[in-house]
Design a protein around this ligand. Structure first.
Ligand SMILES: Nc1ncnc2c1ncn2[C@@H]1O[C@H](COP(=O)(O)OP(=O)(O)OP(=O)(O)O)[C@@H](O)[C@H]1O
Length: 240
């Protein structure tokens, strides 16, 4: 569903921060993106969620040429991608409910249609008691659960997360990883950037993409060939 071929990225006239990046992401898989600080993880994720265009190379997303996408075609492709950031990026003056409902409102879903799914989602992330609270009154872990709920309320094909557990305690990090795992079991492809080796060890089936000074290594060998044994699981105890 995603293919990068010899992708390079430079900011302005500086040297390339990403060079010769080639990989494929397979539908329904879980990927960790790791590497030292400054290796280019955020830059690679920004390419994936179309916040940045590559300086060279080929980039195919959901079968579309994403490297040369006309501006007008970007929103439709972008709607198929959910994004979660380390610093949550919630809208401060909106309640938990309204933050999670935001992508549906922007997509033109009626208030009547969205109430059930948004409340189910609030329940799923364990925040029913905070439905009408503003983000500033929540803990970091609670805010990140709102951010994850907002990112997945549209059931994206691809979920991209940039150090989503960086600002929460270790127990909450495991809780959040379970949410990403549950989404993944429902068929969403997940790419999660992290430094946290313990967290990576908890997701045994995940593939690991490692960046070193702007170049990608493939320690699990899974980026070019999909694992033969793997099939998406239909099991789900989640509300949607
Ligand atoms: N907007 C920008 N303009 C110029 N250089 C940038 C910009 N964003 C990132 N860089 C540079 O690109 C390189 C890769 O940065 P990036 O943030 O992608 O790495 P990272 O692996 O995510 O690091 P960290 O783990 O510290 O967040 C760094 O040298 C950084 O200084």
């Amino acid at each position: 569903m995603v293919r990068f071929e010899n992708v390079g990225l430079r900011y302005g006239t500086e040297r390339e921060v990403l060079s010769d990046i080639s990989f494929q992401l397979h539908r329904g898989r879980f990927y960790f993106l790791t590497g030292p600080s400054g290796a280019g993880k955020t830059s690679l994720l920004r390419l994936l969620y179309l916040a940045q265009s590559p300086s060279r190379g080929e980039m195919t997303l959901f079968g579309e040429d994403a490297a040369n996408l006309p501006r007008a075609a970007r929103p439709a492709l972008r709607r198929r991608i959910g994004v979660v950031f380390q610093d949550f990026r919630l809208v401060p003056h909106l309640t938990v409910y309204d933050n999670i409902a935001l992508p549906l409102r922007l997509g033109g879903v009626s208030e009547e249609e969205m109430t059930g799914p948004v409340d189910d989602m609030i329940d799923w992330v364990g925040l029913s008691a905070s439905r009408n609270a503003r983000p500033e009154t929540l803990s970091g872990g609670e805010q990140q659960r709102v951010a994850i709920a907002r990112a997945v309320i549209t059931r994206p094909d691809l979920l991209v997360a940039d150090e989503p557990t960086g600002n929460v305690d270790p127990d909450m990090a495991v809780w959040l990883l379970r949410l990403f795992g549950a989404m993944n079991r429902l068929g969403t492809t997940v790419v999660l950037a992290t430094h946290d080796m313990t967290l990576m060890g908890r997701m045994k089936d995940a593939s690991v993409m490692r960046l070193e000074r702007g170049r990608l290594t493939d320690p699990t060998g899974a980026l070019r060939n999909p694992p033969q044994s793997w099939t998406p699981s239909e099991e789900n105890g989640e509300p949607w």
